[in-house]
Ligand binder design. Structure first.
Ligand code: HEC
Length: 278
């Protein structure tokens, strides 16, 4: 038995021990991919100070977030139209005072914010109204609910030094991992043109992911690039690994690598064309 796979037979032609070894390591790689996904969610989940894993978590980690709370945003864009300007200014001053909790129902203020909200907002912003409309109207009945959208959000991005350390570890390990997967899949019996798009997706995915970490510093729009690219890298790798596993254990070539030429059909490709493609 030669050192390299027999042409057309793929990795299945290798001795049992080699096939068992490669398969076991692929299983561990799968476990690693799953663990990465789980780690990603738990690691980033709270970056945007809100429960659940969202795009904002990734933006917070790689770009940082500096936005006024939902309450301030709504008031600034003139919602609700029925709110007198004087009241709106009072609420905005309260939100930026740094005394959101202390002054919520403070009688020292001209009108306590609690009272303004009570009189101007509650006709629409009750839990019942939100549920009835089936829309996401934030309830404003209790201070706990108001507090949740009153504070501005400022999330600092991961420090450059930490990002550099993370890139150093990930870029080196993940690229080698990808190269090994491509090397393995190139030894299979599968046609090159079936596997080659997945190799491209995996490679470009990693470039987009790691590159995105740095580009997102300049613009939060790269967050989407990080998410899509990272998913593409993992998905493509998962598929390529599955194809290696299939090649290791599938008994015969599912299809001959070179198909016989049907000479009678003028449309059919010549033998050399097919060899070029596969
Ligand atoms: C006439 C009904 C009505 C009144 C009064 C009203 N709102 Fe709203 N509010 C809505 C509706 C409907 C939405 C959801 C749709 C939207 O974003 O416009 C909403 C959304 C919001 C949001 C979420 C904005 C977002 O971008 O998702 C905030 C915050 C808000 N209102 C604050 C207030 C405050 C504070 C008051 C009182 C000063 C108030 N609203 C009074 C109907 C009202």
């Amino acid at each position: 038995m030669g050192a390299l796979p027999v042409a057309g037979e793929g990795l299945h032609s290798q001795p049992l021990g080699i096939r068992i070894g490669i398969s076991a390591l692929i299983v561990v790689l799968y476990i690693g991919l799953l663990a990465s996904a789980a780690h990603l969610v738990s690691h980033f989940e709270n970056r945007d100070e809100r429960p659940g894993f969202t795009l904002d978590d990734v933006t917070g980690a790689y770009h940082g977030i500096d936005s006024p709370g939902l309450l301030g945003t709504a008031l600034e864009r003139g919602h609700p139209e029925t709110l007198p300007v004087a009241h709106k200014d009072l609420l905005l001053a309260w939100l930026t005072s740094g005394r959101i909790v202390e002054d919520y129902d403070s009688l020292d203020l001209e009108i306590p914010p609690a009272e303004i909200i009570d009189q101007n907002c509650l006709e629409c912003h009750t839990r019942a109204a939100g549920a009835a409309r089936g829309t996401a109207i934030p309830p404003l009945e209790y201070f706990d609910e108001i507090k949740e959208i009153a504070f501005s959000r400022k999330v600092l991005p991961t420090p450059i030094k930490v990002l550099a350390a993370s890139t150093h570890a990930h870029a080196l390990a993940l690229s080698i991992q990808g190269l090994v997967v491509i090397a393995l899949v190139c030894m299979t019996r599968w046609r090159r043109r079936w596997i080659s798009p997945w190799c491209a997706i995996m490679g470009l995915g990693l470039v987009g992911d790691v590159g995105g970490w740095w580009l997102a510093r300049f613009s939060p729009s790269w967050t989407m690039c990080i998410m899509v690219s990272g998913a593409a890298y993992s998905l493509a790798q998962g598929i390529l690994l599955a194809s290696v596993l299939a090649d290791l254990w599938w008994p015969r070539a599912m299809e001959p690598t070179v198909e016989p030429v049907v000479a009678t059909k003028s449309k059919s490709k010549s033998r050399s064309d097919m060899e070029k493609e596969s």
